[in-house]
Ligand binder design. Structure first.
Ligand SMILES: [Zn+2]
Length: 243
């Protein structure tokens, strides 16, 4: 089975992710956006030069807008300019795009295709295959589970187990026992085992390095990568290798 990871926005902390991936022989696609996010420090030119040596760079627009909420002309500019920027940084063709907030529709997908990308990652989770190269599905995001750790919306307090609630149906479909749903790490391992035992095409882990830091999940991330390394017949690849 192929194992890939992806990391959004281009935070300076992505270098910590890259080191971890290198330790366990894993590969990642880093979707960079020059616009500062959440007031965090972003990757500098030297960091990017180091990243390219081991991993893949993908585009994630210039200003991180919701692409369906701006004009088609503006969307085209965000999509093609960010491709050019990544190609200038890496000296290679930029084949992958990632929709900010996972926001897209048929028109946006077509613009991405016309701009010359070979594929695009979406934010659908709990999946191990994709039937549309411009909506590459993911398997699991690294984020607090089964309970929220912060309440950024007023209703979050009323829905503490939201992260479990939204995955519940597929957890049941995959036959993952509830005892594996007590931590993010136990869910990740159970899903990986399910994917391997049912011969799925891939497992795609993704996230934001600033959230791994914010929610203190570095140990869980490392333990999962260590677990993956110990499994048989795992091929470590970047996102474009799933196409
Ligand atoms: Zn983003």
């Amino acid at each position: 089975m192929k194992f890939t990871t992806s990391w959004d926005d281009g935070y300076a902390l992505d270098m910590k992710i890259s080191k971890l991936l290198n330790t366990y022989g894993a590969k990642g696609t880093f979707y960079l956006c020059p616009q500062k996010q959440h007031g965090k420090e972003m990757l500098g030119p030297d960091d990017i030069a180091t990243l390219i040596k081991e991993h893949e760079l993908g585009a994630h627009t210039i200003n991180h807008p919701k692409l369906t909420l701006i004009t088609a002309e503006k969307a085209r500019e965000e999509i093609s300019e960010s491709k050019k920027r990544i190609e200038k940084l890496s000296g290679k063709s930029c084949d992958m795009f990632c929709y900010p907030y996972g926001d897209s529709n048929d028109e946006i997908e077509n613009i991405v295709k016309e701009a010359g990308y070979k594929g695009a990652r979406g934010t659908a989770q709990m999946l191990f295959a994709s039937d549309n190269e411009y909506q590459q599905n993911t398997s699991l995001q690294i984020a607090p589970f089964p309970k929220r750790k912060t309440h950024s919306r007023w209703w979050h307090k009323l829905d503490q187990y939201g992260p479990f609630r939204v995955k519940r149906k597929l957890i049941k479909t995959y036959g993952i026992p509830l005892r594996e749903c007590t931590t993010w790490l136990s869910l990740a391992k159970a899903m990986f085992t399910y994917a391997q035992s049912t011969n799925q095409p891939y497992f795609h882990l993704w996230g934001h390095s600033h959230e791994v830091e914010k929610y203190d999940m570095w140990e869980e991330l490392e333990a999962f990568l260590r677990f993956v390394t110990k499994q048989k017949d795992v091929e470590h690849v970047v996102n474009s290798s799933l196409l």
